[in-house]
Design a binder for this molecule. Structure first.
Ligand code: ME8
Length: 533
């Protein structure tokens, strides 16, 4: 149709907008870091293509209304304060978002109202009564079949909870506006059946197919204003406030400039997202509700959804409501941003199984990187090696001979394919696997030093030179490929190697795809002295 927006050729990635009902925890950092790795990778592999990366906060709804009330604050004053914590988190962790958006912003208000009017004009919204169990913590209704009675340890009485999330629910019976979600089941099912790669990992794709195998109930999308006043009003019916998820999901459209008013605006948009990063807890909203809204709006659907698993504490999901949270700022103050990013990606980058948060594991993996990267740098630039090299050594000319040097094992020579392999894994959202290949390469290079002893008098000078050249090339290549994961340490490394700033894209991360310059000896990449590997 003429009205369909066309892509401007850029790349669009989104993370969930978080509820600022309390301060951020490691789970939020993890989502931001995951998104950031993919966004940075996208920029490095196609530097000519703009990347839009949307992050932000979800500021309306019962949960916020209640939290503000408990602190005796106006909701807006309350979210102003708390949203800033999430913005700080994104900035502190070098997240390369291009917009930090808040649902209390004016352009979002307009976008949401526009979505409502459009669906209403198509006869897809109607008024009805709704009965169900509402969870404030999850901000959604559950039918009878999805709740259970449990004994509450706090109140010494039986309470009703959501069977899936364990959060308390209350019976609500009210007049609501509803969206005809039920009408979209078949078309959504057909889409997920025809392309099994939409949701990653595959088990979450299967999960979505499972959800769509049963009839969908129409979705209640408003609350009486008497109960929920903190939100966007329903157009032409101020007695009703929009349901927070209806408002929140629309943020991704707002972030792409919706509603596009002119033909020109429509041809400039970056809609739809190439990828949406979310936690598996909000899969239903992103894999079913939002795509249904988009189909109803006659807009293209996001291409891929990465639904990651959860960080747990003693196997229980880390969450604000439970209060079992690890403080990301504390971890970063202790180890620096990049070692925390490294740990989250290294251990949490498979996205399949939940991971238990562990300060010991964090330390252990920090040490791994300090040793394999930081210590390796110090070893290869040590005076004992430098004094065995000619003054005018040109490491690049030594490289092509590599495969002819029998002392260098196959793992080291595999450096030639590293950028390709890491690229393939990142394209496929296999973040841990991508990192593992880089680490494996660094381990092989460290091993090469130990075996060839380039500092020793007994080692032929020619071999010392080749080992030196190959070590620097390993550091250069790994430095480039590590940029998405640990951006500031990678930059320090590439600076120390004298790698030209204009030669740090993925293409230059190929073997012999760039050069080092004046290599600075003795640069300590990590503050704590690295221990030998
Ligand atoms: O759900 N492990 O906001 P939210 C990993 N406002 N990731 C976690 C996590 C954990 N233990 N806990 C939270 C909302 N997350 C809505 C979203 S989007 C239109 C609206 C991450 O503050 C994960 O990405 O509860 C999860 O999906 C998100 O935070 C939920 O954040």
């Amino acid at each position: 149709s003429v009205n369909l927006p066309t892509r401007d050729g850029s790349y669009y990635l989104t993370t969930p907008i978080f509820y600022p009902n309390s301060v951020p925890h490691i789970g939020h950092l993890y989502t931001l870091v995951t998104g950031d790795i993919l966004a940075r990778h996208a920029r490095l592999t196609r530097p000519d293509r703009p990347v839009h990366f949307l992050a932000g906060t979800d500021e309306h709804g019962f949960k916020i209304q209640k939290a503000a009330q408990e602190r005796n604050l106006e909701p807006l004053t309350f979210v102003d304060e708390l949203s800033a914590h999430f913005r700080n988190l994104a900035e502190r962790t070098d997240t390369s978002h291009t917009r930090f958006i808040r649902t209390t912003e004016r352009d979002h208000y307009d976008a949401v109202q526009h979505v409502w009017r459009d669906l209403d004009s198509k006869g897809l919204i109607y008024k009805g009564t709704h009965q169900g169990w509402y969870s404030v913590s999850d901000e959604c209704f559950y039918p009878d079949s999805q709740v259970s009675r449990v004994k509450s340890p706090r109140h010494d009485a039986e309470i009703t909870v959501s069977t899936e999330t364990g959060s308390a629910v209350e019976w609500a019976e009210e007049e609501n506006y509803k969206f005809r979600l039920s009408a979209f089941r078949e078309s959504l099912l057909a889409r997920y059946e025809s392309d099994k790669n939409i949701v990653y990992p595959p088990q979450q794709h299967a999960n979505v197919l499972g959800m769509l195998s049963l009839p969908l109930e129409d979705l209640s999308i408003s609350r009486p204003r008497t109960r929920l006043h903190w939100g966007i009003p329903v157009p032409n019916d101020p007695e009703h406030t929009m349901y927070v998820w209806f408002d929140a999901l629309t943020i991704y459209l707002t972030g792409a400039g919706y509603p596009w008013k002119t033909a020109e605006e429509r041809t400039l948009t970056h809609w739809p997202p190439n990828v949406q990063v979310i936690g598996k807890d909000i899969l239903r909203f992103h894999a079913i509700y939002f795509p249904a809204m988009l189909q109803a709006l006659n807009l293209p659907l996001p291409r891929r959804l990465l639904a990651h698993s959860h960080w747990t504490v003693n196997r229980q999901k880390m969450s604000k409501s439970v209060g079992n949270v690890a403080d990301p700022f504390q971890a970063m103050n202790h180890l620096g941003v990049d070692l925390v990013r490294y740990y989250l990606a290294r251990v949490g980058g498979r996205f399949k199984d939940d991971v238990d948060w562990s300060p010991e594991q964090l330390e252990k993996h920090a040490l791994e990187l300090q040793s394999l990267l930081g210590n390796f740098y110090l070893r290869i630039t040590a005076a004992a090696i430098r004094k065995r090299l000619p003054n005018d050594i040109d490491t690049q000319t030594l490289l092509p001979e590599l495969h002819e040097v029998p002392e260098l094992n196959a793992d080291v020579v595999a450096l030639q394919n590293l950028s390709l392999i890491v690229d393939e894994h990142l394209q496929a959202f296999q973040v841990t696997e991508a990192l593992e290949h880089i680490i494996h390469q660094l381990r092989a290079a460290n091993q090469m030093l130990t075996v060839t002893e380039p500092w020793a008098k007994s080692t032929p000078p020619g071999l010392t030179q080749q080992v030196y050249a190959l070590s620097l090339e390993t550091l250069r290549v790994c430095g480039i490929l590590l940029q998405p994961f640990i951006p500031s340490k990678a930059e320090e490394l590439l600076n120390a190697l004298g790698a030209p700033a204009s030669m740090r894209t993925w293409r230059h991360g190929r073997y012999a795809g760039g050069a080092v310059g004046d290599v600075l000896p003795g640069v300590k990449l990590f503050v704590r002295p690295p221990r030998p590997s």
